[in-house]
Every structure is written in C-alpha cells, then in structure tokens.
Write a protein that binds this ligand. Structure first.
Ligand code: KIV
Ligand code: ZN
Length: 503
C-alpha cells in the first residue's frame, strides 16, 4: 500500500475563514495537536501577510518537531524571502509558492501573459530552492486552467526544482470524475511528473472538496491538502477528518494509507472549533455530535444485535470515548496536569497554576468536570490572547413586564469604566452597555449559545460574530451563567479586533 501525505492547512487556509483570527498561543496549541495527530506537513501561515503571521510561523518552526513546517508565499522575491526566514528554525521546512494560471486570473487579476506567468513561476521556484530543497508549487485555479498551459507550467516548475506540485480547485468548481481525470491526465502528459509528488487542494463551494480530493487520490495524487473540520476560505477546504477516515475505512478500494493517528481526531476537532469559534454542525461527517449516534428504533435494535449493522466506524477510532467524569473538586493539580496532557495541552507552570485556580472555581459551581469543560476552561481562561478589556462586574435585570437593563464595569488596563443601558432583551442591554463603556461600537452579526455537556449544570458556551469596519471577527465566552458568557464572548471579539486593527 502506498502512503498519502496529509498536508494540514488549518493554520493558513483555515485561518482565512471569515471571522477567524487566532493568537500565536492558540496557533501553537493547534500545531502541537496536529503533530500529535501525525499530519505530515503543517502549513503554519502566510508570513508576508502580517507581522503576526510571520511571528506565528516562526514560533511553530522553532517549537514543533516531527511534521514538515511549510510557509506560503506568492512567487514574488520579497514573499519568498520572508517565508524562508520564518520557517528557517524548523528542522524540516518547505516553501509553498503559488501563482495563478487560469485565463480569468491572468487576464483580470494579474494582467500578465502566459509567457510572463511561466517565467515568474520558474524564477519563483528557483529562488525558493536556494532556501530549501523542499519546494511546492501551486498553479492557483488549476482546475480552470487551460490544460496544455497547466502541463507546461508543471513541467517547467518541476524542472526548476519543485518537489511537490499542488493542483488547487481554488473556487470549488470541479466535479469528482472531472477532477480525477485531470490528475490522470497530468500523470500522462507531464513528462517529468515522476520527479514530484502530486498534491491536491480542494475547496468546498459546491460541497465536493472531499469527493474531489479522494477522486484525485484514486488517480494518482499522493498528497492531500485539508483542514480540521473543513474550515477555510468561503465554504471551506476538504475536511481532514473525512479524508483520513475514508482512506482508513476503505482500504479495499483505495489500497492506500495515511500516518494519521485517528484517535487524536476528535480532540483536535474540539480544539480547532473552540479556538476558531467555528462550531461544528451536529450532522457533520465523522466529528459532528450526531455522526456516531443512533436514534431510530430499527437502527438501535440492529446496532445492539451487531454493531456493524449500522456502524462503519467506532467512536474509539476517532478518540471519542464516552464522555467520562474525569475530575471533581477533590482532584489535585497533578491529576489536572495529566488530563490536560491527554487532551493535547502543554502548559507552563504558571499557566498550570492559572488553570488549576480556574478549575477549582468551576468545581465549586459544577460537581462533575468533563473533558469538554476542561478544554473550554483552558481555551477561555488560560490561553487567551492579550486582552485589553476585562469584565469586572455585571448586573442584569430582566423578566416578564420589566425593561431589560444591564450595569457593567470593565477594566481597561488600570482604568475602570462603568455604564448602564437598557435594550430589547438582556443580551442587547449588555452589549449596548459595553459599547457605551468602552466607546467602541460594533455590529452583532451572529450569536449562538450551547451547552458544552449534557447536564443541567453544564457550562454555557456563547459564540458571537461582530463587525467592526470592514472586518468580521469571532469571540467566544464560557461560564456556568450564560448571561456572563454572553458578555465575555462580546468582549473577546472586541479584544481580538482591537489587537488586529487597533482601537
Ligand atoms: O485555494 C488555493 O488556490 C490556495 C493556494 C494558495 C494553494 O489556497
Ligand atoms: Zn485554498
């Protein structure tokens, strides 16, 4: 059986999802977990895009051992040099450079001729090659590129030194049979294709990203670019969990394997949805909360008689054991540390002290502490990005026949600011009071609340999406009190936005 390389781009294309902005700490946690998961390549970011992106790629390159660390760059020299410098500390590093080759992109976006594009692609690969042997070239919008030109670009870039050529379905336009044929045609028509690995990178605009990637794999692609939970630009990218499980569950068909340790899938999925605020839909394949649940009577009956009647993968295969009570208020620091390590978090002593304090406070309110509680606690109380505004006091009055009113006090550095406001409901009142107190107004675009675990005393998780200027940004707050969680979520979105765009 041949291996399919898993190239994870959660931290690059995934972070391009509308409203998502991860801090360096969050990116490092995810990268560590991706290494535990056993992905082959981590695309850590697009270093020229911002100073923060550069720093995050560099931090990941310094710390993460195991997977190859890739940095994305356009074919421009300044992009390539910046990406090369960010990935330099990595033991195994890759430069991933891209340039659009479809007529639409060349005519309207780049305003360049085929000859110019070909020259830029070759020069880009040669320059990248001067920094590392491991160079990947992507002809952006490959699935809409004239085939003969695509072959020419691939042949030239492989001759220039590209060791991986990636075929992106940038706008999710292709259909599975067609995309598979494209890969088979590339294998036939590009003379030196044997010197490079064929990779694919599919977007999900028509819901085909996973099907297209798998069809490509059946036709000779040996690297798949994907993201955890399928997050990414617009409708997202091919979902890592679905690709990996499909190859694992159907060896009879694919005759291939990946080196992903599937038992880490569920916790990686949880970490990514927690940090990005991109909630996983309950019916999502593999990691959705309903994906491995049986509800109809006939199914339950069949399942109880013989599991394989209705189950093609077991919860344990993706690391989803029965949600078990792991800790109570009597548990000690050591037990918490061990559980955190099992969940993929590695904490400094100072962070562990902070986590332990938050854990004890939670255990006073909630008898049984589940994995989901601990995970949320770390994401919200310990690994928080630098926060300018902190919730200090909140009082809300509401009820039938009353005017919902909120009084809020916020710490802005050393300063305390307080305000009162009324609205058409308690959340509206809180958000208006926050806007007045900090003097920033944002538009609430989306609000959702859910319970992290099943019981009545569960932690409530609130995810909001706000708009400030042209940017949308997500924030998340947790608390056993959903009113408090709502205030924290709104403040967390504002803090992230202030950190990215300034006041
Ligand atoms: O979708 C795309 O074409 C990309 C490239 C940079 C590979 O993300
Ligand atoms: Zn993409």
């Amino acid at each position: 059986m041949e291996k399919v390389y898993i190239f994870d781009t959660t931290l690059r294309d995934g972070e391009q999802s509308c409203g998502v902005s991860l801090s360096i700490k969050e990116k490092l946690d995810i990268a560590r977990q991706l290494a535990n998961l056993g992905v082959d390549i981590i695309e850590a970011g697009f270093p020229i895009a911002s100073h923060g992106d550069f720093e995050a790629v560099q931090a990941i390159a310094e710390e993460i051992d195991g997977p190859v660390i890739a940095g994305l760059a356009r074919v421009l020299p300044e992009d390539i040099e910046r990406a090369a410098s960010a990935i330099k500390p990595a033991k195994r590093r890759r430069l991933h450079i891209f340039l659009a080759t479809s007529k639409i992109h060349m005519d309207y976006k780049l305003k360049k001729s085929k000859e110019e594009i070909l020259k830029m692609a070759v020069e880009g690969v040669k320059l990248a090659k001067s920094f590392t042997d491991d160079v990947e070239f992507s002809p952006e919008d490959a699935s809409r590129t004239e085939k003969s030109f695509l072959y020419e670009v691939l042949e030239a870039t492989i001759s220039a030194g590209a060791t991986t050529v990636n075929i992106p379905d940038t706008v999710g336009y292709a259909m599975p049979a067609e995309f598979g044929t494209l890969i088979a045609d590339i294998k036939r028509a590009v003379k030196n294709i044997g010197k490079a690995i064929i990779s694919v990178h599919c977007h999900n605009d028509l819901g085909m990203a996973v099907a297209n990637s798998l069809s490509a794999v059946m036709n000779g692609a040996r690297q798949v670019e994907c993201t955890m939970n399928g997050i990414g630009e617009r409708a997202g990218n091919a979902s890592l969990d679905e690709i990996v499980m499909a190859i694992k569950i159907r060896p009879d068909l694919f005759q291939l394997f990946t080196e992903v340790n599937t038992q880490h899938i569920y916790k990686t999925s949880k970490m990514v949805s927690g940090y990005t605020g991109m909630v996983v839909q309950p019916n999502k394949a593999v990691v959705g909360s309903n994906a491995l649940a049986h509800s109809s009577g006939i199914h339950q009956d069949g399942f109880l008689k013989e599991r394989t009647t209705y189950e093609i993968m077991r919860p344990e295969d993706i690391g989803l054991a029965e949600s078990k009570i792991v800790l109570t208020k009597l548990s000690g620091r050591h037990a918490l540390k061990k559980r955190l390590q099992d969940l993929g978090f590695s904490l400094t002593d100072e962070e562990l002290s902070c986590a332990f304090k938050a854990f004890k406070e939670l255990a006073d309110k909630k008898k049984e502490i589940f994995d989901a509680d601990i995970q949320a606690l770390i994401e919200d109380e310990v690994h928080i990005p630098p926060e300018r505004f902190k919730l200090d006091y909140l009082y809300v009055s509401c009820g039938t026949g009353t005017i919902p009113t909120a009084t809020i006090r916020i710490k802005d550095g050393e300063r305390l600011v307080q305000e009162v406001a009324w609205g058409n409901g308690p959340i509206d009142a809180i958000y208006l009071a926050i806007d007045k107190a900090i003097g920033i107004s944002s538009k609430l675009k989306d609000y959702s609340v859910s319970a992290l675990t099943g019981e009545k005393e569960a932690i409530g998780e609130v995810v909001v999406r706000i708009e400030r200027g042209v940017k949308e940004i997500t924030g998340r707050g947790i608390s056993t009190d959903i009113i408090e969680a709502s205030a924290k979520a709104y403040l967390s979105a504002i803090n992230r936005s202030v950190q990215n765009q300034g006041f």
